[in-house]
Design a protein. Structure first.
Lengths: 548, 130
């Protein structure tokens, strides 16, 4: 059918719509277009812009067969209280069919403080597991074969230290570093912009990250050295386009830093991975995943002149949107998570964490985690969504939306380039302000009723307070401090002192790769707080400035 | 002219989730209050000191990490020790219903949980500030 014929039909349709609307007005606050036709994607070149799975620009996915070969990794993020408790949960998840581990650390660990630091009081073991030294890490992975499992660690500012501990545990298990599979989040820029667990200022932080890239490319080649994260940017309130734009801008900054440090793009780019949010609007999310792959492929090819296909593939881990869970009628969250899972799968994710229904209230119980994992398994085995690759391609709407999100992402990336790159844009507060504005608009839309959240601003009921929530007892902190004191009394304190002095000297020499020095310190059972303390002394600490 | 109500929006502890704190801060400002936001990672001592220095009428704290049973009462005690008896102290975040009675007992005037409209916080402050 020619475009003229389609247009003629559309004109006729639009006239009929006018009549219909005059009798039955449409709901307010809908997207500007009610219907999509071939005319909306008439300028989209199939071969150049959409293409084939496993081929540039990877719009349709990064592997040729996607889930027809193997499902995505069902990776449940878990960790709380002590290493022993978390180890129990990990082994439960593996027995339940989870195919990857994902470690949550408590806030003192994420910010490089030991459990006995006064600032850690009240926080030990609360949002994740407390890791003070290699001794805790040994317990965390007890009876888990690090040669077999793939482990993702949500750790950023002290990522180098936790990775070193993981390598050291593997050594003790007899697993060589080049066999280790997993990911460290290691994405400091989004910590400044959205998540808040930074330690050092941007420059030394970027050095630590490039040190890790370099070390792993030689010694831990199967390790994903960074998970460049839009997840938290979205959780902080951004739109879908902002999520991928700011994250890809961060990715550009990491590549530039690594290249400046003397690395070649194809030596590290294949180990970069991404982390997206799966939000409520199913089709917008699918389009976002597709657009993000296309933008990244173009960035790698056109901007960095990467040559290896692997360097151009945006591989992504996904988590369903925590901020969309409601404390009201928490069982409704099961349905939200199922829809978000469908979006992530139709978007072509490589791995997925599904949130549990009770996470707007507390950490999830074992039963809730099981439902969340079963949600993935039902989508994988029963829904048919995983049987055909990129099943929504060719939808006039999804293709047009993919184009629109891509266009908006480029506009932001260009704007950030004008400011001087992601680091400068964060230092100036530009990215934070954009996110805040979107968050505020969302909240106002919910309060005005322009946006409906079931159970929150519509269809509310009187509810009994929920029962059986998971609670981390305050005694966990006390017990952890006692274990730490006992460990310190047992270790060779002279060796610790020497390793920390060596690390300090290495920090002061900008040309030195810090990873081997950190690994040395970790092996002596120097604590996370001691190691980060040395780095704090040399590097200083970041101070945020907030413009409301 | 009547003095405008001054509110300190504070993030005690190590929790970096400040979407809620920033949204509330802005909503309070739009409602006509003078708002000071502390930024992340404030110790209870820093918050009490900031409240004193800024001569605020209200302290609004946000925690999503589960550290509220420890940190909220600590801030209340320090604020009262400094003689700020009239300062209204409220809190919010991911706080289980079952924890709220103990927080109120400790002197937190009201606790706002996820899903609360910002207008409810504005109304509460207007009704209770001294």
């Amino acid at each position: 059918m020619s475009n003229e014929k389609i247009q003629a039909g559309l004109d006729k349709y639009n006239a009929s719509v006018e009549k219909a609307i005059s009798r039955f007005p449409e709901r307010p606050n809908l997207p500007e277009q009610r219907l999509y036709t071939p005319l909306d994607i008439k300028d989209t070149d199939y071969a150049d812009e959409i293409g084939y799975p496993g081929m540039y620009p990877y719009t349709r996915g990064v592997q040729p067969t996607m889930y027809r070969g193997r499902f995505w990794t069902m990776r449940m993020y878990a960790g709380f209280s002590t290493a022993a408790e978390s180890n129990k949960r990990y082994r439960y998840l593996i027995e339940s069919g989870a195919t990857g581990l994902s470690c949550a650390f408590d806030l003192p660990t994420q910010i490089g403080y030991d459990s006995d630091d006064p600032i850690s009081e009240g926080e030990v073991g609360k949002v994740g597991v407390a890791i003070d030294s290699l001794a805790d890490m040994e317990i965390l992975f007890d009876q888990i074969d690090l040669g077999k499992v793939s482990t993702s660690m949500t750790i950023n500012a002290p990522a180098s230290v936790l990775l070193a501990m993981y390598i050291a545990v593997a050594e003790k298990q007899g697993v060589p570093a080049d066999q280790l599979k997993g990911t460290i989040q290691n994405d400091i820029l989004k910590e400044y912009a959205a998540r808040g667990t930074y330690i050092f200022p941007p420059r030394p932080s970027m050095r630590l990250i490039t040190n890790i890239f370099e070390y792993c490319s030689k010694n831990v080649p199967k390790w994903n050295t960074i998970s460049i994260s839009g997840y938290h940017i979205r959780e902080a309130g951004s739109t879908a386009s902002q999520e991928i734009a700011f994250t890809i801008a961060d990715g550009i900054a990491y590549c530039e830093a690594a290249i400046k440090a003397g690395l070649h793009i194809d030596d590290f780019a294949g180990r970069l991975s991404f982390f997206w949010n799966a939000h409520n609007n199913v089709l917008e999310e699918v389009a976002k995943f597709r657009a993000s792959r296309r933008v990244w492929a173009k960035v790698m090819k056109e901007r960095f002149h990467a040559e290896k296909p692997k360097s151009m593939m945006l591989r992504v881990h996904t988590q369903t949107a925590g901020s969309m869970l409601t404390a009201q009628q928490p069982n409704n969250n099961i349905i939200r998570v199922a829809l978000q899972t469908a979006a992530a799968v139709m978007g072509g994710t490589q791995s997925l964490h599904t949130n549990s229904r009770d996470e707007a209230l507390a950490l999830p119980t074992e039963e809730s985690v099981m439902i969340a994992l079963r949600t993935q398994q039902i989508v994988a085995y029963e829904s048919g969504l995983a049987d055909v690759i990129d099943p929504l391609a060719g939808s006039y709407y999804v293709e047009a939306l993919t184009n629109k999100i891509e266009k908006e992402a480029w506009e932001y990336i260009n704007k950030i380039d004008e400011i001087g790159g992601a680091v400068a844009a964060i230092e100036k507060g530009y990215i934070q302000k954009e996110i805040q504005d979107s968050a505020y608009k969302w909240q106002m839309d919910v309060e005005s009723g322009a946006k409906t959240i079931v159970g929150v601003n519509k269809f509310q009921i009187e509810e009994e307070p929920p029962k059986g929530l998971l609670k981390v007892d305050a005694s966990v902190g006390v017990a952890q401090c006692e274990r730490l004191a006992a460990m310190k009394a047992k270790r060779d304190n002279e060796a610790v002192k020497a390793a920390l002095a060596d690390l300090k000297a290495a920090c002061q020499d900008e040309n030195e790769n810090l990873m081997p020095h950190i690994l040395n310190a970790v092996r002596t059972y120097a604590t996370l707080g001691e190691i980060c303390g040395v780095m704090r002394e040399v590097f200083g600490e970041y101070e945020a400035h907030v413009n409301l | 002219m009547e003095k405008r109500v001054r509110v300190l929006v504070a993030k005690p502890g190590l929790d970096g989730h400040d979407r809620g704190a920033k949204v509330v801060a802005r909503a309070l400002r739009d409602a006509g209050f003078e708002v000071i936001y502390t930024g992340l990672r404030q110790t209870p001592e820093q918050i009490a000191e900031a409240a004193l220095q800024e001569d605020v009428n209200v302290i609004a704290m946000s925690i999503l990490s589960g550290a509220h049973p420890h940190l909220f009462p600590k801030v209340v005690n320090l604020v009262r020790e400094k003689g700020m008896d009239d300062v209204l102290i409220i809190g919010g975040g991911v706080i289980p219903e079952t924890d709220i009675p103990a927080l109120k007992e400790a002197g937190v005037a009201e606790v706002f949980t996820p899903g609360t409209p910002t207008s409810a916080i504005v109304d509460f402050i207007k009704a209770n500030v001294k």
